[in-house]
Each structure stands twice: as structure tokens, then as C-alpha cells.
Design a protein around this ligand. Structure first.
Ligand code: AHN
Ligand code: ZN
Length: 329
């Protein structure tokens, strides 16, 4: 018996060693789902690193088009992506805002392993809103916001993922797009005549003028407001229409990894966001903190969308789930 016991220990030890090559996150915490248990290496998402990437962006000031902060931030973001080994294309264009203002805009397009034909597109908006028009204080409604959550959080999670991709190549190709002028939509106080959809102007521009006419990806995932305290991600309406299998893939991965309290099994609302326009070329979903019960987080489009309301546990839930999905393709 003793000999058997020690043999067992040895076998267990060897299996343990071989599993150490794979990440702790590939193990299912939830025994209810077998599907997600695969023996593949998944890097560990570093929430501190993504948090610091939010701080770096916020430190420029509000990234509102036609400002120095906006120009400086775009230089930083493209340099950071290049530093992590991506091929970066800057798509510069002029956008016309809801009130006719011409905005100097730039979509930042990064490609990892451009030779690979199976690809995942990850995207976020990098601009921040010029108006805190949901602030409890009406005198703040024309003041630009930090956008720590609304804008910077999605970019920060993707920069950390870029860093991980450089350290360990996944099997699939990955593209990271940072869209500009998502958040210059018509404020409630404007009396300008309607111009169609005044949100997501960068994604609209790209959908009409792709940087590469032959560009293909298997599917796309948008991250929008993925770092706010108290965030819950319901399954957004257009995402369920455009790519229900990708919604399932992501929400199942989150549940198996133990993040089911963030990625809730609920239908969300229909959100006008970048994924609608990207979806004309690549079937895409939106991971966005919104549910029918509470709406957006209370700091949304207020002067409180600051570092103070960023929660590393939320960044980790989203970042680790995405890494799991990427490295299991
Ligand atoms: C509207 O409120 C129309 N769309 C939400 C998209 C958005 C704004 N995402 C971030 N800020
Ligand atoms: Zn916004």
C-alpha cells in the first residue's frame, strides 16, 4: 500500500509539473462546465499593469479631439503598441461633430502576426467625452471628463494584453484597434439639428474606409467601460444578434474562471457603440458595464469618472477572461 501511495505521489508530481506549464487559469473552478478545461498555456493578466495604463492616459488630461492632450495620448498609445511588437497604422481623418465642428481624429490600428489568417479583433475607444453632461451639478455639464473608465479602461486592458502577446505568442493573430471620437455624441443641451448617429465616429469612419480592403478577422470584441467599481456585464443586445456564439464563448469562459458575478447571465440593453459599425465587416460583441436594472455605472459622463472609481478586480475579470479566450483559439 505504501509503495502504491508513493507511486501515486510520483505520478501526481509529474502530472503537476507538466500542468505548471499551463496556467492556473486554464483549470476550471466550476465543475459544472467541462468544455472550458483545456490544456493550454494562458498568461496571467496583470491588473496592476492595466491600472497603471489607465493612470498614464488620465495624466494627459481629457483626450478630447483638437487638444494637446489628445495628440500626446495618441503618440503614447501608438508608441506603446509598437514597443510591444505590433505593426501600427495610424488612420488620420477629419470627423464632423454633431454641431458641425471639424475634429482632427485618428484611429490607431495595431496588428500582431499579420501573416496569420485566423485572427481576433480587440477594440476600444481612446478618446474621452468633452462633456460631463450626466453630472449631478448642471454647471459641470460642459466640462470634459477624465474618462478613467469611459475610454481609458478598455485601452488599458488591451495594452496589458499586447504586453502579454509579445511575451508569449498565441496561436491566432490578434489586432488591436483604438477608435477615436466615439464619445463626442450630441449632448442633451445641444439644439443642433439631427445628423444621424453622432456617436462612434471613428468606428463609422473605419467601417466606411477600412485601412486595408482585404482585412478579415474571425470575430471582434469591444471593451467599453471595463474598470468601474460595481460593474456588471450583461449580454448586450446587438452583440447577441451579431455574434451570439462569441457572447457564449466569452461569458462561459468568465464563469469557468470564477468571474460569473461580473459576467452575469442576463440580457442587457441595446447600446449604440463602436461594435455596431465594426460589425458590418467583422461580427462583433461589446463587453460593457450596463444592465437594464441599473444602467451604466453612476460615474458615467460625470466628473467622477476618475481613478478613484477604478477597481482592479474588474480589470482582472475582463483581462483574464480575454486572455483565456485568445490563448484557447
Ligand atoms: C450612448 O449613450 C448613445 N451610447 C453609449 C456609448 C458610449 C458612450 N460608450 C461610452 N460612452
Ligand atoms: Zn461615454
Amino acid at each position: 500500500m505504501r509503495r502504491f501511495a508513493s507511486l501515486f505521489l510520483w505520478v501526481g508530481f509529474l502530472v503537476g509539473i507538466s500542468l505548471m506549464v499551463s496556467c492556473r487559469h486554464s483549470a476550471a473552478k466550476d465543475s459544472g462546465s467541462q468544455e472550458a478545461v483545456r490544456q493550454t498555456f494562458v498568461p496571467t493578466f496583470n491588473a496592476d499593469s492595466s491600472f497603471a495604463y489607465i493612470e498614464r492616459q488620465v495624466a494627459f488630461g481629457p483626450r478630447v479631439p483638437n487638444t494637446a492632450a489628445h495628440r500626446e495620448a495618441s503618440a503614447f498609445l501608438s508608441a506603446e503598441l509598437r514597443r510591444h511588437g505590433a505593426q501600427v497604422t495610424l488612420q488620420e481623418f477629419q470627423a464632423t461633430a454633431y454641431d458641425g465642428t471639424l475634429l482632427e481624429a485618428c484611429n490607431i490600428i495595431a496588428s500582431f502576426f499579420p501573416e496569420k489568417s485566423h485572427r481576433i479583433l480587440l477594440f476600444a475607444h481612446w478618446d474621452s467625452r468633452p462633456y460631463a453632461d450626466n453630472d449631478p451639478q448642471p454647471q459641470n455639464h460642459r466640462t470634459p471628463i477624465d474618462g478613467a473608465n469611459d475610454g481609458a479602461s478598455g485601452v488599458a486592458v488591451l495594452l496589458e494584453i499586447a504586453r502579454q502577446i509579445q511575451a508569449h505568442a498565441p496561436k491566432v493573430g490578434v489586432d488591436i484597434f483604438f477608435f477615436d471620437v466615439e464619445d463626442y455624441g450630441k449632448p442633451y443641451f445641444s439644439t443642433s439639428p439631427d445628423r444621424g448617429d453622432t456617436w462612434a465616429l471613428g468606428a463609422q469612419y473605419w467601417a466606411n474606409n477600412p485601412h486595408d480592403l482585404a482585412y478579415r478577422a474571425d470575430y471582434g470584441i469591444l471593451l467599453d467601460m471595463v474598470g468601474g467599481k460595481g460593474s456588471r456585464f450583461a449580454k448586450e443586445g446587438f452583440s447577441l444578434r451579431q455574434a451570439p456564439n462569441i457572447v457564449d464563448k466569452v461569458w462561459n469562459a468568465a464563469r469557468v474562471l470564477g468571474y460569473g458575478d461580473y459576467f452575469v447571465d442576463m440580457r442587457g440593453g441595446f447600446i449604440d457603440d463602436d461594435h455596431i459599425y465594426v460589425g458590418r465587416r467583422v461580427p462583433s460583441i461589446d463587453i460593457i458595464a450596463y444592465d437594464e436594472e441599473n444602467g451604466f455605472v453612476p460615474q458615467w459622463h460625470t466628473l467622477d469618472d476618475t481613478m478613484e472609481y477604478i477597481d482592479k478586480a474588474v480589470l482582472e475579470a475582463v483581462g483574464q477572461t480575454l486572455l483565456w479566450v485568445i490563448y484557447n483559439e
